[in-house]
Write a protein that binds this ligand. Structure first.
Ligand code: TXA
Ligand code: MG
Length: 331
């Protein structure tokens, strides 16, 4: 008799470096090792900002070009004076409102801050992340940590410890497991070079929320020749699978008949013929969709599809940041 085989789903590899031990992470960072840290946005790949050898390890592991500067993570506003000489009034108001939280401020740097971190720029990017475990870790250290997102250059950012382990295995001494990131999009980046604040990366805090506090902002977010921020590179946050962005994925489906199609949908809909559908929010909630976006893209990318059709989001609130990531995934 013919025996039907159950399909065997690959189990996630368990890595011993995934840990909840904050003291272990503290010791490793003090010894100049890298530690992946959870934040509310995405997982970071952290190192002591005053240890250039440790900072170089970040660039080597990510395959990141040295022209892309890193974000410095602190736990208290008082630490700002060790990084920057002057804090514009608008920056102070933004920090007061949104820190700890998904906002990065670009401020004039102190000379002690390594050119490796700032890519030789006169400014340094800083934020206070809103994650209790990383805040506790930062409090135990007598230095801030520099941390880019913990993914190979141009890949999708990780929103769980397992995503980080899937990328780097045990090439990171420790991955501090703080659960799934609650915001799920990288921080919004703001600079103060002119009279109007400049948004360099659309992120976890909406433009509307920022403008409600400080008035109009200028958007400078696409420049492939000389990116101010790597998040500005047109091809970024990219799955290996081809991504197509469309206002109505149901219609786009027809063009891919006979192909293995996956769908990334905002709300629940019927997609006849698609073999993998990810719905980001049953109720059409943009915060929930943002939180789930990268994990859904990771799963779709693992599903060996020919194409991922992603639904374009409404251009408001975090929908603007989500569309930005999907457009960069599409290129
Ligand atoms: O949410 C986040 O910001 C996460 C978590 C881990 O904090 N980090 C993150 O880092 O997304 P990364 O390296 O993937 O992106 C850092 C961004 C880049 O776009 C970089 O160019 C920009 O910050 N950046 C850093 N320093 C800068 C500076 N001085 N001027 C302009 N942009 C800067
Ligand atoms: Mg990144």
């Amino acid at each position: 008799m013919l025996k039907l085989q159950k399909p065997v789903l690959p189990l996630p590899t368990m890595y011993a470096n995934i840990t909840k031990d904050i003291t272990l992470c503290q010791r490793l960072l003090q010894k100049g090792e890298l530690v992946s840290v959870p934040t509310e946005t995405v997982y970071g790949l952290g190192a002591n900002i005053y240890d250039d050898i440790a900072i170089r390890k970040i660039f080597a592991l990510k395959g990141r070009p040295f022209f892309n500067p890193l974000i410095v993570h602190i736990h208290h506003l008082d630490q700002l004076s060790t990084l920057t000489k002057t804090i514009p009034e608008t920056a102070r108001r933004l920090a007061g409102e949104f820190w700890p939280g998904p906002l990065t401020l670009i401020l004039p740097k102190r000379p002690e801050i390594s050119d490796l971190i700032t890519a030789g720029k006169p400014t340094v990017a800083v934020r206070i992340p809103a994650h209790p475990m990383t805040l506790e870790l930062l409090q135990k250290l007598d230095f801030p940590i520099a941390a880019p997102s913990a993914n190979p250059f141009t890949c999708i950012s990780p929103t769980t410890a397992q995503h980080v382990a899937d990328y780097f295995g045990d090439r990171i001494p420790a991955i501090l497991d703080g659960g799934a990131c609650t915001v799920g999009l990288e921080s919004t980046i703001i600079g103060f070079e002119g009279p109007t604040p400049i948004v360099y990366r659309k992120g976890g805090i909406s433009i509307e929320a920022i403008e409600a506090l400080v008035g109009g902002v200028r958007l400078v977010t696409e420049n492939e020749e000389a990116p101010q921020a790597p998040g500005m590179l047109l091809k970024h946050y990219a799955p290996r699978t081809k991504v197509v962005l469309n206002d109505t994925p149901q219609n786009a489906l027809q063009a891919f008949e006979g192909h293995k199609v996956g769908i990334l949908s905002f709300t629940k809909k019927h997609f006849p013929g698609a073999i993998h559908v990810e719905t980001l929010s049953q109720t059409g909630n943009l915060e929930e969709a943002a939180q789930k976006l990268f994990a859904a893209l990771h799963r779709l990318d693992e599903a060996r599809l020919d194409v991922i059709i992603a639904e374009r989001f409404p251009e408001k609130g975090l929908g603007i940041s989500i569309n930005d990531r999907l457009e960069r995934a599409e290129n």
